[in-house]
Design a binder for this molecule. Structure first.
Ligand code: NAD
Length: 489
């Protein structure tokens, strides 16, 4: 176990205060690393470095093809170190190594995608309203970007921000979640190895209320890109108003998954489980609100419960494990509280609702996969994000009712519809108020499809071409080739 460091202005540094934080393995509570605990002073140093690097123009004026080549190199280095990164991610988050390997493939794919896009936008000529004029529209980097990520997909969420910001010539300060910083630290080693100039990409470690709050409120930061919970998102919006920063917010979700009676039953059961219990339900787009047609409700719930009882919980490093622990003791307590609330609200526990009894799992933050039936939309357990392995089930009779239940949420991140009637599916998704909707699929995302939320699930989009827009300003340049006096004054 080595002492990791922060990366500021091309140097690996400890915290200015010399404080450190232990990083805990959620499977057994062992300390797996000790990292610097930066604070607002470290954040200010990184902001100064990023500001100077942006203002000297070296990175933003590097030809886009060269910037793209460096971003592509980062992808290649991630592929080279995939196994090490995957194991580190599993150690830090508790998820299975197989899941982490998939994450690393996705992450390399995100860097490759933005490497390819780096030199593809040559701007646009638009019609000049006057003779002898040239009117063009170009995109330029926003400037200094503060980037704040959550603990559930630490490196994946970081890649969605780092790759487009670097490809478009911005400078940045990344602040990973204080509880899962390890793979992000490793990727900054790869960013350095790939040849990103000093000061362009900076890494500050530490808590949200210190480092994160400084990034959100500092007047030298031009854009804040945040992925995390809704409460923090609102604080960041307020702090960012200080200099009218550009804002990109990827917040939570309470995602509906509508199952019609005419869907392929076994596939829908299988994917409904996969859509929630992957990474123990700690996924912003988990399909935690199952909305099932009344005629198949009982059969569907029985099939879910039978499968859930056979889940193998354990270490992410055990090949048999299907579901690892939750991230922390605090988070486990939060999930337990939500389940207690669900019971008090009158929902019926069909399965789970407690910690496992297996003695091998007692040191880890494990919680059994849990399914509530008899749920109604006024329940807290249906409206709020427990962010754990908990499904709520609601029943519907008509298509209109299904869509109404699906939309009855402050969130609008993602949702799914299962049916073999394609016209019905299209009618439903047209009315569903979410940034991503799947038909006969759940939780599939890829680098070229935009990701983000309607309603309180956020502002803006990551991934896809819109990910480039997030990190660029639009400039209109008009040139008069034959200037003449106007003779008004
Ligand atoms: P969180 O909001 O507690 O923390 C997220 C990040 O914000 C962390 O790095 C934290 O240190 C920082 N932070 C905390 N307080 C801050 C403040 N006052 N100012 C600035 N930064 C601050 O979220 P979490 O518990 O780490 O992650 C879980 C949440 O993330 C869930 O709500 C989940 O839905 C959401 N999420 C959303 C997406 C998406 O794509 N929409 C993806 C992953 C996770």
């Amino acid at each position: 176990m080595s002492l990791k460091q922060q990366y500021i202005n091309g140097e690996w540094v400890t915290a200015i205060s010399s404080e450190t934080r232990d990083i805990i393995n959620p499977f057994n509570q062992e300390v797996i690393a000790t990292v610097p605990e930066g604070n607002d002073q470290d954040a200010k140093a990184a902001i100064t470095a990023a500001r100077e690097a942006f203002d000297n123009g070296e990175w933003s004026s590097t030809p886009a093809t060269e910037r793209g080549a460096i971003v592509r190199k980062i992808a290649e280095l991630i592929e080279r170190d995939k196994e090490e990164l995957a194991r580190l991610e599993s150690l830090d988050t508790g998820k299975t190594v197989e899941e982490s390997r998939g994450d690393m493939d996705d992450i390399a794919g995100v860097f490759r995608y933005y490497a390819e896009l780096a030199d593809k936008d040559g701007g646009e000529l638009i019609d000049s309203p006057v003779p002898n004029g040239i009117s063009r529209v170009v995109r330029e980097p926003v400037g200094v970007c503060g980037q704040i990520t959550p603990w559930n997909y630490p490196l994946l969420q970081a890649s969605w921000k780092l790759a487009p910001a670097l490809a478009t010539g911005n400078t940045l300060i990344m602040k990973p979640s204080e509880i899962t910083p390890l793979t992000t630290i490793k990727v900054f080693e790869l960013i350095e190895e790939a040849g990103v100039p000093a000061g362009v990409a900076n890494l500050v470690l530490g808590a949200g209320h210190t480092v994160g709050a400084e990034l959100a409120s500092n007047g030298d930061v031009d854009l804040i890109s945040f992925t995390g919970g809704i409460v923090t998102g609102k604080k960041i919006m307020q702090a960012a108003s200080v200099n009218v920063k550009k804002l990109a917010l990827e917040l939570g979700g309470k995602n509906p998954n509508i199952i019609f009676a005419d869907a392929d039953f076994d596939t829908a059961v299988d994917q409904a489980l996969n859509g929630v219990f992957f990474h123990a339900g700690q996924i912003c787009s988990a399909g935690t609100r199952l909305i099932i047609e009344e005629s198949i409700h009982d059969k569907f719930v029985s099939a879910l419960v039978e499968r859930v009882k056979k889940f193998k919980l354990g270490s992410g490093f055990d090949e048999e494990t299907q579901m690892g622990p939750l991230i922390s003791a605090d988070h486990l307590a939060k999930v337990e509280k939500y389940v207690e609330t669900g019971v008090k609200e009158g929902a019926t526990l069909a399965v789970g609702g407690r910690r496992p009894e297996n003695p091998d799992l007692q040191k880890g933050f494990f919680y059994l996969p849990t399914i509530f039936t008899d749920c109604t939309t006024d329940m807290k357990i249906v409206q709020e994000e427990a962010f754990g392995p908990v499904i709520t089930v609601e029943k519907f009779r008509t298509e209109e009712e299904a869509v109404k239940l699906a939309n009855d949420s402050i969130y609008g991140l993602a949702g799914g519809v299962w049916t073999n009637d394609i016209a019905k599916a299209e009618r439903c998704v047209a009315k569903m108020r979410m940034g991503t909707v799947w038909i006969n699929e759940f939780n599939l995302y890829f680098p070229h499809a935009p990701w983000g939320g309607f309603k309180q699930s956020g502002i803006g989009r990551e991934l896809g071409k819109l990910g480039i827009e997030e990190y660029t300003e639009t400039k209109h340049i008009f040139q008069n080739l034959k200037p003449e006096p106007i003779n008004w004054f």
